[in-house]
Design a protein around this ligand. Structure first.
Ligand SMILES: *Cc1c(COP(=O)(O)O)cnc(C)c1O
Length: 370
């Protein structure tokens, strides 16, 4: 390996996660959202594995993610979750993407385009049961459904909604969202089966009655979730590590400032190593002086401000050499720095940390099973 720093994705573990979730879903359809570069894991590699492992659907946030998948020869259905614009309809249809219809207006422009161009496409109706992001309200869902079912220019294939508070398993609002969704399903009299879907990851582990015909768990598919795990989830693990190698070693005397602004001053003579990763790669500057890394299976503190491309680590009186592996996120021997730990230090959620790392760090795919 010739990189100084990289992200390691364990495809063997991802495959295991997918298999476990498929078992939990017990025959319901499995839609894997792969938006935002598959939560930082790599859009194409993850989607290829998902397709091979029998995932039924992929979901993306925007048109260009969907096009990238089709250009990589992904052939399973792809649902575009985000609202579409009129000037995107041609490509949505050309690339065989399924759209979210979230208003009467969207339904109309889609119908108009299909009629004028003698094209057809699949759509999923989105109902807003409490997220208040996109989707029609419960009261208007039925009239919109009746409108779309009666026009023959595109075909309604599914109906869905999205949870806002499902992370909290005791908040009654999620139950209210499920009830609202069920009222809509009851009220629309569909003459053909629709794919009904609601659950995200939190729905999967907190609300077993929210699976309907398909679930859309992403975070948990990537081994990323906060709740205490139940038996059936054992074996699901993260498959995302961030690694680097020591690029420089030096001894620093007592009372010396380290990095920009000298925001850390050594309190004794110590050994400082430099690691070639920084906020330019997505390792947050707010982790300066507070996070740790693993070297030789041991935790060491970051000292001073994290630079764009590098940061410094205090190894005290221990030994480490240029070229030694440094783990920023992941396991080394018996120690682990989890994504959740880094997220807590940044006052954010693990999703945000996964998406922070940009394309400057190459993704290296391994398969620990082999
Ligand atoms: C992102 C997203 C998901 C996946 O959410 P997780 O919490 O990662 O499981 C599911 N559905 C919709 C509509 C989304 O936007």
């Amino acid at each position: 390996m010739t990189y100084s720093s990289w992200i390691e994705i364990d495809l063997g573990q991802l495959k295991k996660n997918i298999q476990i979730i498929r078992n939990i879903l017990q025959g319901k359809l499995y839609c894997l959202p792969v938006k935002a570069n598959a939560y930082g894991h790599g859009l194409i590699e993850v989607s290829k594995l998902a397709q091979k492992e029998g995932v039924d659907y992929l979901a993306v946030a925007n048109l260009q993610e969907g096009i990238a998948l089709r250009k990589a020869n992904i052939s399973i259905p792809i649902l575009l979750l985000g609202a579409f614009y009129e000037n995107q309809i041609k490509e949505i249809i050309d690339y065989d993407l399924e759209v979210t219809v979230s208003s009467q207006y969207k339904a109309q422009i889609l119908a108009d385009y299909c009629k004028a161009n003698k094209k057809s496409c699949f759509a999923h109706l989105e109902v807003d049961t409490g997220m208040r992001r996109t989707g029609v309200r419960e009261e208007t869902a039925i009239s919109l459904y009746n409108f779309v079912k009666d026009q023959k220019h595109f075909e309604i294939k599914g109906i869905y909604s999205h949870f806002a508070l499902a992370e909290n398993n005791s908040d009654p609002f999620t139950k209210a969202q499920i009830d609202s969704f069920e009222r809509v399903l009851k009220a629309i009299k569909s003459d053909k089966p629709l794919i009904k879907h609601l659950a995200n990851s939190a729905g999967i582990y907190n609300f077993k009655d929210s699976y309907f015909d398909m679930a859309r768990p992403a975070a948990i598919s990537f081994g990323c979730y906060r709740e205490k795990i139940e038996k059936e989830f054992v074996g699901i693990k993260t498959c995302f590590s961030v690694k680097s190698r020591i690029s420089y070693f030096k001894v620093v005397q007592e009372g010396m400032g380290i990095s920009y602004g000298h925001q850390y001053i050594t309190d004794k003579q110590t050994r400082i190593v430099t690691v070639p990763v920084g906020y330019g790669d997505g390792y947050r500057r707010s982790l300066s002086n507070i996070s740790e890394v693993l070297i030789n299976g041991k935790r060491y503190p970051i000292r001073g401000i994290i630079c764009m491309d590098q940061f410094m680590v205090d190894i005290g009186e221990d030994s480490a050499y240029v070229g030694d592996e440094v783990v920023l996120i992941g396991k080394q021997k018996n120690e682990e720095i989890s994504i959740q730990e880094i997220a807590r230090l940044c006052n954010t959620v693990s999703y945000d940390i996964l998406c922070s790392f940009n394309q400057r760090l190459p993704r290296i795919y391994i398969n620990k099973e082999k």
